[in-house]
Design a protein around this ligand. Structure first.
Ligand code: UDX
Ligand code: UDX
Ligand code: ADP
Length: 487
C-alpha cells in the first residue's frame, strides 16, 4: 500500500532536511518530524530554524502546517505512521568496555526509538527505515527489538536507507542525489520506499541491495572520501619538504579520470559528524571479526588526520619564535567546513585548544557558529580531545583566554597571527591590507585551507604559511597561487 503518513524520529541535521524535501516533493504524504528535545522542536516551528542549510528555510516555510509538522509527541506520530524514519544521533561511545570506547557507535538512542516504535505502532504493517549511520547488522538488532514486542496484528519491515547528504549542500544533495540506496530483504517494502523517492529521483538512481550491503556502503563511502583527504594531506607534507606545490599536484592527479578532481583539497584535517565516527565503526567491526590488518588500514586514515592537525598547530608555534604565550591569535572559522554552523569534530577545536594550552589569547570569529557553541566545544571534554594529543583545557582557562568576535577585523586587531581554519568564502574577500595594518609586526598568516592569494599577502608584508606549499623553500618555483574553494 502506498505510504500516506511518515513519522521521523530525530529532528536533526539528517531528519529535518530529509523530511522537508519529502514533504515538498510528495504533497500527498503527511510528514511529522518528532524529537524528544522540546527546544529543538520549538525552533523548527519558529522563524529561526535550529540548523543553517541553504534552501532549507524556504522549503520548511512552504510546507510547514500544510503536510510538514514538527512535534514532541513521538508516540502520537508513531501511532499514525505507515513509515517511520529513525534518524536519531549515533555518537561514538564515550563510556563502556575498553575495546569499545572511542570506536563503537553508541546505540542507546536507536534502541530507545525502536522500543517506542515496538510499543506504539499501529495495527497492520509499519515500515521502519534506519536512516542514522549505524553499524552493519543494526537493522537485525532493530528487527529483534520490534519483534520482541509481540503484539498480535502488528508487523514490521525494517529497511536500511543511509543518508549521503553533505552539510552545506544538504538540500541540493537531497533534490539531486547521485543515488538513493535502499537495503532490505522484502521486495514490497523496498518498492514502497522507492516509490516515495521516485516522485523526484530517476528510477535508475534508486539502488536496491541487501540490508548488509546498504549499511556497509555508507561506512565505506565515508571512509573512501576521508581517505582521499588523508592521502592529499600526506602528500601536502611531502610537498612542503620538497618544494612541490600540493595544489598543482592535486590538479595533476585529479585530471586522471580514474581518480577525479573532487575531495582533493588539502586542509588542516577533516571534521564533521560522520567521517571520524564511521571510520571508527569500521575499525570496530574489523576488530570484532578479528581482522587486525584491516582495522589498522582504516585506522591510519584517522591517524593521518590527527597528524595533519597537530603538525599545523606546531607550525604556528614554531613560526612565532617557538612561543605563543600571551600572544594574541585570531582564528578565522570555527565550523568544520563552510556554509554550516555545525562544529562537530571541527579541526578548529583542536587548533584553538592547542593554542590555548600553549598560553595564547585566542580571538575567534565564525559567521554562523553561535558563541555558546564555541565555548561549549572548548570547555567540555569530548572525543576529539581524547584522540588528539591536544591539551584538555580546564574550563577557567577557556573563559580567560577565549574571546569571541563579531567580525574578522575585530578578531585580527592587535593580533600576532591570523589562522584561517574554515574555508568561508567571505575570508577570500576581506581587505587584508587593513588587517595587516592593525596587527602586531611581524604579522603572520596561516592559511589552513589554501583559499587565499599568498603572493598578494606576502606583497602586503605578511609572513605567510600554508598547507602543502613552502613559500620559502629553496626549490620554490613561481608556482600557481591558491586554489579557491573545493573543485
Ligand atoms: C599503472 C597505472 O594505471 C598507469 O597510469 C601507470 O602509468 C603505470 O601503472 P598498469 O600497471 O599497466 O598501469 O595497470 P593498471 O590497470 O593500473 O593495473 C595495475 C594493477 O592493479 C593490476 O594488477 C590490476 O589487475 C590491478 N587492479 C586495477 C585491481 O586489482 N583493481 C582495480 O580496480 C584496478
Ligand atoms: C560527509 C559526506 O560527504 C556525506 O556524504 C555523508 O553523508 C556525511 O559525511 P559532511 O561531513 O557534511 O558530509 O561534509 P564533507 O563535505 O564531506 O566534509 C567533511 C570534512 O572534510 C570537512 O571538514 C571538510 O572541510 C573536509 N574536506 C572535504 C577537506 O578537508 N578536503 C576536501 O577536499 C573535502
Ligand atoms: P544527525 O546529524 O544524525 O541528524 P542530530 O544530533 O543532529 O544527528 O539529531 C538527532 C536528533 O535525534 C536530536 O535532536 C535528538 O534530540 C533526537 N533524538 C534522539 N533520541 C531520540 C528519541 N528516542 N526520540 C526522539 N528524538 C530523539
Amino acid at each position: 500500500m502506498p505510504v500516506q503518513s511518515i513519522c521521523c524520529i530525530g529532528a536533526g541535521y539528517v531528519g529535518g532536511p530529509t523530511c522537508a524535501v519529502i514533504a515538498a516533493k510528495c504533497p500527498h504524504i503527511t510528514v511529522t518530524v518528532t524529537d524528544s528535545n522540546a527546544a529543538r522542536i520549538e525552533q523548527w516551528n519558529s522563524d529561526i530554524l535550529p540548523i543553517y542549510e541553504p534552501g532549507l528555510e524556504e522549503l520548511v516555510k512552504r510546507c510547514r502546517g500544510v503536510n510538514l509538522f514538527f512535534s514532541t509527541d513521538v508516540k502520537g506520530a508513531v501511532k499514525k505512521a505507515d513509515l517511520i524514519f529513525i534518524s536519531v544521533n549515533t555518537p561514538t561511545k564515550v563510556k563502556g568496555a575498553a575495546g569499545e570506547v572511542g570506536l563503537a557507535p553508541d546505540l542507546q538512542y536507536v534502541e530507545l526509538a525502536a522500543r517506542t516504535i515496538a510499543r506504539e505502532a499501529k495495527e497492520g504493517l509499519t515500515l521502519v527505515v534506519e536512516k542514522s549511520t549505524v553499524p552493519v547488522r543494526a537493522a537485525a538488532t532493530i528487527s529483534e527489538m520490534l519483534a520482541s514486542a509481540n503484539r498480535p496484528g502488528v508487523s514490521f519491515q525494517v529497511l536500511s536507507n543511509p543518508e549521503f547528504l553533505s552539510e552545506g549542500t544538504a538540500i541540493k544533495n537531497l533534490l539531486h542525489p547521485d543515488r538513493v540506496l535502499i537495503g532490505g530483504e522484502n521486495q514490497q517494502a523496498i518498492s514502497d520506499l522507492a516509490d516515495i523517492y521516485a516522485a523526484w529521483v530517476p528510477r535508475e538512481r534508486i539502488l536496491e541491495t541487501s540490508t548488509w550491503s546498504s549499511e556497509l556502503s555508507k561506512l565505506v563511502a565515508n571512509a573512501l572520501l576521508a581517505q582521499r583527504i588523508s592521502s592529499i594531506n600526506a602528500a601536502s607534507e611531502l610537498c612542503e619538504m620538497t618544494g612541490a606545490n600540493v595544489s598543482e599536484v592535486a590538479k595533476a592527479v585529479g585530471m586522471d579520470s580514474r581518480i577525479g578532481p573532487k575531495f582533493l583539497n588539502p586542509s588542516i584535517g577533516f571534521g564533521g559528524s560522520c567521517f571520524h565516527k564511521d571510520i571508527m565503526s569500521l575499525v570496530y567491526l574489523c576488530k570484532h571479526y578479528h581482522l587486525p590488518e584491516n582495522a589498522e588500514y582504516w585506522q591510519d586514515i584517522i591517524n593521518m588526520n590527527t597528524h595533519q592537525r597537530v603538525r599545523f598547530c606546531r607550525k604556528i608555534v614554531s613560526s612565532l619564535f617557538n612561543t605563543v604565550s600571551h600572544k594574541k591569535i585570531a582564528v578565522f572559522g570555527f565550523a568544520f567546513k563552510k556554509d554550516t554552523g555545525d562544529t562537530r569534530e571541527s579541526s578548529s577545536i583542536v587548533v584553538a585548544d592547542y593554542l590555548i594550552g600553549e598560553g595564547a589569547e585566542v580571538f575567534i570569529y565564525d559567521p554562523k557558529v553561535p558563541d555558546r557553541q564555541i565555548l561549549t566545544d572548548l570547555k567540555l571534554p569530548q572525543i576529539t580531545k581524547e584522540i588528539s594529543p591536544g591539551v584538555i583545557t580546564p574550563e577557567g582557562i577557556v573563559d580567560k583566554s577565549v574571546h569571541i568576535c563579531r567580525d574578522p577585523y575585530d578578531a585580527a586587531r592587535g593580533a600576532h597571527a591570523v589562522v584561517v581554519c574554515t574555508e568561508w568564502d567571505e575570508f577570500t574577500t576581506l581587505d587584508y591590507q587593513v588587517i595587516y595594518d592593525s596587527m602586531q609586526k611581524p604579522a603572520f598568516l596561516f592559511d589552513g585551507r589554501m583559499i587565499l592569494n599568498h603572493d598578494t599577502l606576502m606583497k602586503i608584508g605578511f609572513r605567510v604559511h600554508c598547507i602543502g606549499k613552502s613559500l620559502n623553500h629553496p626549490n620554490k618555483t613561481n608556482g600557481a597561487s591558491a586554489t579557491n574553494g573545493y573543485h
